[in-house]
Write a protein that binds this ligand. Structure first.
Ligand SMILES: Cc1cc2nc3c(=O)[nH]c(=O)nc-3n(C[C@H](O)[C@H](O)[C@H](O)COP(=O)(O)O)c2cc1C
Ligand code: SF4
Ligand code: SF4
Length: 273
């Protein structure tokens, strides 16, 4: 069985879970390819060549990141093709995975498994009163167990539709409705650049939507931000944030020690064998 996982990850949480799933789903009978959504040019070609599709993304106000929405909107109809969906979140999204499942069902997919993975805080300016996350063996073990359980359901094709019920849908809507209402105003010139910027260009390289450019050593914001928080957490001098009132106190460097944020953008990662 050929499995394709398409994932978007702003700060590494979804990428980390995607990798765990890839490891647990790679067996003698199944191969797994992992695709970063920000680099996919022809999703339909990938889907037509796989037997099972996985979609992973972070939750933004019980909603989904813009690149994930526009990717799914480009899908052709794949009647009966099996799919699973997982999202990562800080606390709660209600129907975070079911929301995308419904989009896929409209495109003909047979969605069999949904999962929510609770992960560390990446809103390190806005929620800067929370303590910084420290990677630990205990955390890793917990996430590995959860990913292994989810992978087993997928491999045995056992249905598990987390959040696909009226109660979760209402709770999801309660967050999604205000988020979508104020979404555009939140995105509008979302990134504030402090005077301590050293013009290193790290944020320019990391941004998934080319929102930042360096012009004669001066950083410019191009009003295309999708609030993924990648640049905010990886500026070496904490010069970026979304509001002057919320400075980044404990930048989030990823869920495990030695995590490399550049990896979330790697073109295609094939199974490890
Ligand atoms: C703009 C934004 C909005 C968020 N909204 C929620 C939310 O409504 N509920 C929640 O539990 N987590 C929320 N989070 C937290 C992320 O979903 C969570 O940290 C996720 O694991 C980040 O994944 P990533 O590292 O792959 O980008 C939000 C994060 C961002 C950046
Ligand atoms: S990463 Fe930080 S210091 Fe480097 S260009 Fe961006 S804002 Fe400036
Ligand atoms: S500007 Fe920063 S937060 Fe906005 S999309 Fe680019 S990397 Fe993400």
């Amino acid at each position: 069985m050929k499995i394709a996982i398409m994932q978007f990850s702003g700060t590494g949480n979804t990428y980390y879970i995607s990798n765990l799933l890839r490891d647990f789903l790679s067996t003698a009978q199944s191969t797994v390819d992992l695709y970063p959504i920000e680099k996919i040019s022809d999703p339909n070609q990938i889907i037509s060549k796989c037997d099972l599709l996985g979609i992973g993304y972070p939750i933004y106000g019980s909603d989904i990141p813009k690149p994930v929405r526009s990717l799914i909107e480009r899908f052709d109809n794949f009647q009966g093709k099996r799919a699973f969906v997982f999202c990562t979140q800080l606390m709660y999204s209600g129907d975070g995975a079911a929301y995308v499942a419904k989009m896929l069902i409209k495109k003909g997919f047979s969605v069999r498994q949904l999962a929510h993975f609770n992960m560390p805080n990446n809103l390190t300016d806005y929620l800067n009163f929370l303590p910084g996350f420290k990677p630990s063996v205990k955390f890793e073990k917990r996430k590995r167990r959860q990913a292994e359980r989810f992978a087993k359901l997928i491999l045995h094709d056992r249905k598990r539709l987390k959040g696909m019920n009226i109660f979760s849908n209402v709770l999801g809507l309660l967050q999604r409705f205000p988020f979508q209402k104020f979404e555009q105003s939140m995105y509008d010139h979302a990134i504030k650049i402090e005077a301590n910027c050293i013009g290193c260009g790290r944020c320019v390289d990391l941004c998934p939507v080319d929102n930042l450019t360096l012009e004669s050593g001066i950083l410019k914001e191009n009003n295309r931000c999708i609030l993924c928080y990648r640049c905010i957490n990886h500026c070496p001098v904490n010069a970026l944030h979304t509001s002057k009132n919320h400075l980044t106190k404990h930048p989030y460097q990823g869920p495990v020690n030695g995590f490399r944020i550049d990896d979330v953008m790697k073109e295609i990662l094939s199974e490890r064998t």
